[in-house]
Design a protein around this ligand. Structure first.
Ligand code: FAD
Ligand code: NAP
Length: 335
């Protein structure tokens, strides 16, 4: 039998630091515990709580995923395949791989949260996404408890999207993932963001994956608010992708608008730029606001209610729409 804790505060289990209560919680250390959880199909699964915003009490059981294990599935002369339990911490996995000189996920250093949530929104940073290394996802169907193995293709990965965040949201417990990493001939990606500048400043001309990981850690620590100090869930919105033709029209009125090519017809506009341009950066509204260094990150100044953060996000969306006719989509999972 699982030990359940009733009326459990989730304040320390979401990085926004929002005070809500769960009907009860189960600390899951082994997947075999799933079968003993009543109404499993209605449960909410939480890893690190770093991509959620709670706007009300959770009137179901919350499963706090603490399953552990990293196993080598196959090893070849140039690559290695690992299977990792979903409750492992993502950044600790990155450090473990960097230490063993296994390449492919170093650009995603210091992303908070669990391994199991990584495929949920196809986590990504500095030009690398989990879909670039993921070989499979193992998951339990919460209705039938049947284990299903999803290939990379089955996951329908997109920009901060997957089948688990869209059509199958809430239907599966992701129990483990497989990833394929390089042992030699690492394909380093240092062209994105400030990685190159940081390496140059250190006079590193031939970087190792450990150098890249360390550079990413330093950039992130210098720019992003630490949730332990200021509650937040990272980027609140996704970067919108718009037609190039719309960008050309916008450029006539806003010549400084930033964009990055996506394909022949589309560009990505940094949501942070749009929000900052409208004066939201660093603006405080009650107990919440947009962070002073990162407009895209909404923060909890102390005792914010989830609904206040949500209201602020709606106001920001509206103002971006009114000025640019661009719809911002929320990245964070709101409950
Ligand atoms: P949670 O918040 O616990 O859960 C998120 C969602 O996934 C919920 O819907 C939950 O029900 C579901 N879920 C969690 N575990 C499972 C499971 N085992 N099975 C099924 N469903 C599950 N994200 C990026 O992509 N790139 C970044 O660079 C990045 N930087 C961040 C920086 C900061 C400071 C913060 C606070 C967040 C950042 N994020 C980033 C967002 C977040 O870290 C990631 O989305 C992360 O993968 C969330 O993991 P988690 O375990 O905390 O998920
Ligand atoms: P940044 O380097 O200041 O860049 C701002 C935005 O421009 C980013 O959102 C990024 O898009 C885009 N960008 C920058 N260089 C690019 C390039 N060469 N090609 C295409 N797009 C480019 O961003 P930042 O805020 O410091 O974040 C750094 C990285 O960490 C980004 O990849 C970001 O996604 C990730 N991050 C994510 C979260 C989250 O919660 N999801 C939080 C913090 C940081 P992309 O976002 O599409 O990469």
């Amino acid at each position: 039998m699982n030990e359940t804790k009733p009326h459990f505060s989730l304040k320390n289990y979401n990085t926004f630091g929002i005070e809500v209560k769960a009907q009860d919680v189960v600390f899951l250390t082994q997947t075999k515990q799933l079968k003993d959880i009543p109404n499993l199909q209605n449960c909410l699964i939480l890893g690190g709580g770093s991509n959620v915003l709670f706007t009300k009490d959770i009137e179901t059981t919350v499963i706090l995923n603490q399953t552990k294990g990293i196993t080598t599935i196959a090893e070849y002369s140039e690559t290695i395949e690992l299977e990792i339990a979903s409750g492992e911490n993502w950044h600790e996995l990155v450090l473990h791989c960097v230490k063993n000189n296994w390449g492919g996920i170093e650009n995603m250093s210091l992303i908070p949260g669990s391994v199991g949530a990584a495929p949920m929104q196809n986590i990504g940073a500095y030009g690398v996404e989990i879909k670039n290394v993921l070989t499979y996802v193992k998951a339990f169907d919460l209705q039938t408890l049947k284990e299903v193995k999803f290939t990379n293709e089955d996951c329908h990965f997109g920009y901060r999207e997957s089948i688990f965040k869209k059509e199958q949201k809430g239907n599966y417990f992701i129990s483990s993932i497989g990833i394929l990493l390089t042992k030699t001939n690492h394909k380093l990606n240092t062209s994105y963001g400030a990685i190159c500048e940081v390496l140059q400043a250190k006079n590193i001309t031939n970087p190792t994956i450990a150098d890249v990981s360390q550079a990413v850690v330093e950039i992130r620590q210098s720019k992003l608010p630490d949730p332990k100090v200021l509650g937040n869930s990272g980027s609140f919105f996704k970067n919108p992708v718009i037609l190039k033709s719309q960008l050309e029209v916008l450029k006539q009125q806003f010549p400084n608008i930033k964009s990055f090519d996506v394909d022949a017809e589309h560009v990505k506009v940094p949501a942070g730029w749009l929000i900052e341009s409208l004066g939201w950066k660093g603006k405080r509204v009650g107990n919440t606001g947009s962070h002073k260094d990162q407009a895209l990150v909404l923060v909890n100044f102390g005792n914010a209610q989830g609904s206040e953060v949500k209201d602020l996000s709606e106001a920001i969306k509206q103002s971006v729409w009114d000025t640019y006719q661009i719809r911002l989509e929320t990245e964070v999972n709101i409950y």
